[in-house]
Every structure is written in C-alpha cells, then in structure tokens.
Design a protein around this ligand. Structure first.
Ligand code: ATP
Ligand code: MG
Length: 278
C-alpha cells in the first residue's frame, strides 16, 4: 500500500449530491490492490444499464489502467490523447459490451502517476463535460492512498470501498477510510465485501470496521464516519473464468452467484444512491 501522503488533497470537488442535473459520480476504490474494483465497476455498470440508466465507467487508474483488458477493448483513442489535445473527448468515449460507455486510460502512462496541476485540471474538465450526459459515472480508481487515487476519489460525491475478507485487505481498507474521513471530511462511505465465503460475512466485517472507526477515528464534527454496507459478492470461480476470457460476467454467466450478487448491488445502488427527488 502507498504511504500516507497528502495534505493537499481537496474536499470533494464536484458535489452533485442533491443537484438536479448531471450524473451521480461514484468512486469505486480500495485500500489494497487486486480486490475486484475493475470487476465490480464493469459488471455493476452493465447491471445499472440493464435497469435503464445511462452509465459511463471512467478508467481513473491512470498509471495502471486495465479496464480495457477486462472488457476486451482496443481503444484507438484514450484519455491520454484527450489530455494531450490529440483527440476530442467525444472520440474517446466508446461503447462497451453490456451497453454502457467507457473512457479508457490506456496503460503505462507513467506521467500520470504523479498528481500535477495539469492532470487535476484535465481530469476535472473531462468529468464536468461528461456529467450532464449520464445518470451515473463510475470512477474505477487505483488502490491505496496516493495523491492520484485520493484526487480521483475527491471528484466523486459517493465512495464505494471494495474489500475482501482477508486481514490485509481490511487493514488497508481501514487506512483508506480513515484518510477519507480526515482529509475529505466524508460523513459516510459505502462498503462492498467481495470474495466472501459465507452469507452474512460482509455485513459482519462492515460492522467490525465501524466499531474500530468509532474507537479510534475522531472527525471534526465529532461524529464517526458511518459505513453503509451495500452488499457481499461471493467468491465464485466463474469470475476468474470470465476475466480469463475477457468477457463480462453478467453476459457470460448471468445466473452464477457473483452475477446475481452484482444484480442485487445494482438495485441497492439505484435505490439508495441514484434516487432523485421528483
Ligand atoms: N467474486 C470473485 N470471485 C472470484 N474471483 C474474483 C472475484 N472478484 C475478483 N476476483 C479475481 O480477482 C482478480 C482481480 O480483480 P480486479 O482486477 O477487478 O481487481 P482490482 O481491484 O481492479 O485490481 P487493481 O488494484 O490491480 O486495479 C480478478 O481478475 C478475478 O480473477
Ligand atoms: Mg483495477
């Protein structure tokens, strides 16, 4: 995990919570890497699309993007081309299998592993331009608490942390949540526990993390950050098989336990995060 860093990370910059127009921006992030953020982002996007929503997934893991690999896409134009002025933003937004839109970063862009003022401005412009065209934008971020990750999370009004039941994943999730509470002044963070072995494990884990936060993390408001459990996704061999085939699980094996769990998660996301006042 990256070392704790930045005092310079802003509070959430785009704050569409309650705003009448524009996409709800949701960051999908984690403390530890490899816990399933890209898998959840892509399949949740497909499930939300199936529910009639206009969805964009933005590959916000600028240095180590791999959404293209999971979706078997070979983009001609990436975020890099947009940032350097080589291509127009519209050319870089493409349709993924599953019917949602994606904006891919392309891998190995080492120049984006550091957060410069240019990267900040470009990123912000891209999101502000695209927000009115979608109901929801999912930011598939990198793992950890580096400047770049925290900046992309700061662009979102809502955060979903993906963690697995492994102790290392939970320790890192705790560290990330603590930073989000202290630096971004988040009042709540949502949890998805991936690769669970038994029903109910995820809720119990979220409850344990909440207890630790209440004991050890004091926020400015004096109230502890609240963790909202959004769902569990069971460990399921079909996930790995779909990734190996570079297919979306929801299209490949729609009835498997992990796909069903993603469908339920989409229902909960729509109900609790996307409902707008009439
Ligand atoms: N529910 C699951 N059941 C079984 N295997 C899973 C499950 N979720 C994820 N995996 C496995 O974990 C791997 C890593 O997932 P993924 O690439 O989505 O993680 P990530 O958090 O995006 O990683 P990174 O931090 O590198 O971006 C997948 O390729 C898949 O093999
Ligand atoms: Mg990933």
């Amino acid at each position: 995990m990256s070392p704790a860093s930045p005092s310079s990370i802003p509070s959430p910059t785009v704050a569409p919570a309650g705003a009448p127009k524009g996409a709800r921006i949701i960051a999908i992030t984690s403390g530890k890497g490899g816990v399933g953020k890209t898998f959840v982002s892509a399949n949740l996007a497909a499930a939300l699309t199936r529910r009639g929503l206009r969805v964009l997934v933005l590959d916000a893991d600028l240095g180590l993007a791999n959404l293209d690999v999971v979706l078997n896409l070979y983009p001609k134009t990436t975020l890099h081309d947009v940032f350097t002025g080589k291509s127009a933003l519209d050319e870089a937004v493409i349709e993924a299998p599953g019917g949602f839109s994606v904006l891919l970063a392309g891998s190995g862009m080492v120049e984006y592993s550091r957060l410069t003022p240019e990267v900040r401005t470009q990123f912000l412009n891209v999101i502000q331009t695209l927000a009115p065209r979608f109901d929801v934008i999912l930011l598939d971020t990198g793992a950890g608490i580096s400047d770049v990750v925290l900046f992309s999370v700061s662009l979102a009004s809502e955060v979903i942390i993906v963690a697995t039941p492994e102790p290392t994943s939970l320790t890192d999730a705790y560290a990330a949540i603590k930073v989000l509470a202290m630096q971004q002044k988040r009042r709540h963070v949502r949890m998805v526990i991936n690769q669970t072995l038994r029903p109910g494990d995820g809720r119990a884990i979220t409850g344990q993390l909440q207890q630790v936060l209440e004991r050890f993390v004091a926020t400015d408001s004096g109230r502890p950050l609240r963790l909202i459990h959004m769902g569990d996704i069971p460990a399921d061999p079909s996930v790995r098989e779909a990734v190996m085939r570079r297919q979306l699980l929801l299209l490949q094996v729609p009835g498997c336990p992990a796909a069903l769990a993603i469908g339920q998660l989409a229902g909960k996301v729509e109900e609790t995060m996307l409902a707008r006042p009439a």
